[in-house]
Design a protein around this ligand. Structure first.
Ligand code: KMH
Ligand code: ZN
Length: 273
C-alpha cells in the first residue's frame, strides 16, 4: 500500500476559542500549530486564516503572511489553502489565495446545508470557475465532497476537461447536511471514485477516529485537526492539532502503514512543483 498522507486542518473557519481555547487565530498561533502538526507527521497543512480576533478571512495578504511564516518553520510542507472559506463569503473573496499559486487548494464540489439556516453555496458554474483558476495556475485541486452526488459532479467536470485526472478527493463525512459517517458510507464513497484517484478522509467529530482507521486500511489518506474535531476523546479537549496527528501516526504504525514525508506525499499526489 502507498504511504499514508496525513493532512492537518489546523484552524478551519467555524470553530472558535470558545469551543476549544487552543484553536489558532493569529499568524503566530497558526505558525506554531502548523509546526507542531508537521513535527508530529503531517505532510499537508489545510489552511484557513483568521483576523487576530478570530474572524475568518480569505484575504490574500493574510494568507501570504501565514504561508511565509509556516514555510519558515516547516520548509517542505505542502500548504493547501481553502477556497471554501466560511459560509456566506462571495466567490471572489474565496478565490483570493489562488493568486499566491499554492501547490494545492480545496475545490468544493457542491452546495449543502451546513446546519440551521446556513447554506454552503457551490453552484456548478462556481465549481467550473474555481477549477479553471486552479488549472491555469497548475494548482492541484483537492475535490472536497460531502456526499456521493458531489463525486458525480467532480467526475462530470473531469470528463469535460475542467479537472485533470488522476483526481484527488477529500471525503468529508459527518457534517450536518452531508453524508453521515457510518462505515458503509465510506465504503460507498470510496468505491464510487474513478480508477486511479487518491482520497483522504475527514471524519467530523466522533466519527473521526473510526473513519481514520478505515481510511488507513482501505489505502486512503487521513485528515485530522481542529477544523474537524476538538475532542481527543469524549470530554477531553485536544491541546494541539499535533495530538490528533500523533494518534494517526500511532494507528498507522499499529496497522502497518508507513507515514509519507512531504516529498513522498508530492509523489503520491502527482504534484510536480
Ligand atoms: N468552512 C466551510 C464552509 C474548504 O476548506 O474548502 C468550508 C470548508 C471547505 O472548510
Ligand atoms: Zn476547510
Amino acid at each position: 500500500m502507498e504511504k499514508l498522507i496525513i493532512t492537518a486542518a489546523i484552524c478551519g473557519a467555524e470553530v472558535t476559542k470558545e469551543h476549544n481555547p487552543n484553536v489558532p487565530y493569529t499568524i503566530e498561533e497558526i505558525r506554531n500549530e502548523a509546526k507542531k502538526a508537521y513535527d508530529a507527521g503531517a505532510s499537508v497543512i489545510h489552511l484557513h486564516v483568521r483576523e487576530d480576533d478570530g474572524t475568518p478571512t480569505q484575504s490574500k495578504e493574510r494568507y501570504a503572511a501565514c504561508m511565509k511564516e509556516i514555510r519558515e518553520v516547516c520548509p517542505d510542507v505542502i500548504i493547501q489553502p481553502s477556497t471554501g472559506g466560511a459560509v456566506g463569503m462571495s466567490a471572489d473573496e474565496r478565490l483570493q489565495p489562488l493568486e499566491l499559486s499554492p501547490e494545492m487548494a480545496t475545490l468544493d464540489c457542491g452546495t449543502l446545508n451546513f446546519g440551521g439556516d446556513e447554506i454552503f453555496v457551490n453552484t456548478e458554474n462556481m465549481i467550473i470557475e474555481f477549477a479553471k483558476r486552479m488549472k491555469d495556475r497548475s494548482i492541484k485541486p483537492e475535490c472536497e465532497v460531502f456526499d456521493k452526488s458531489m463525486i458525480d459532479m467532480a467526475v462530470r467536470l473531469m470528463k469535460k476537461g475542467h479537472i485533470e485526472s488522476p483526481m484527488h478527493f477529500n471525503l468529508v463525512m459527518g457534517v450536518n447536511g452531508g453524508i453521515s459517517g457510518e462505515p458503509r458510507d465510506l465504503i460507498y464513497l470510496s468505491e464510487s471514485l474513478p480508477e486511479g484517484s487518491t482520497f483522504t478522509v475527514s471524519g467530523i467529530g466522533r466519527v473521526q477516529l473510526p473513519l481514520s482507521t478505515m481510511a488507513i486500511l482501505l489505502g486512503g489518506h487521513v485528515r485530522v485537526g481542529f477544523e474537524d474535531n476538538i475532542y481527543l476523546k469524549k470530554g477531553q479537549l485536544a491541546e494541539s492539532n499535533a495530538d490528533f496527528v500523533k494518534r494517526v501516526v500511532e494507528l498507522s504504525g499499529i496497522l502497518g502503514r508507513e507515514v509519507a514525508t512531504p516529498h513522498e506525499a508530492r509523489q503520491i499526489l502527482g504534484i510536480s512543483k
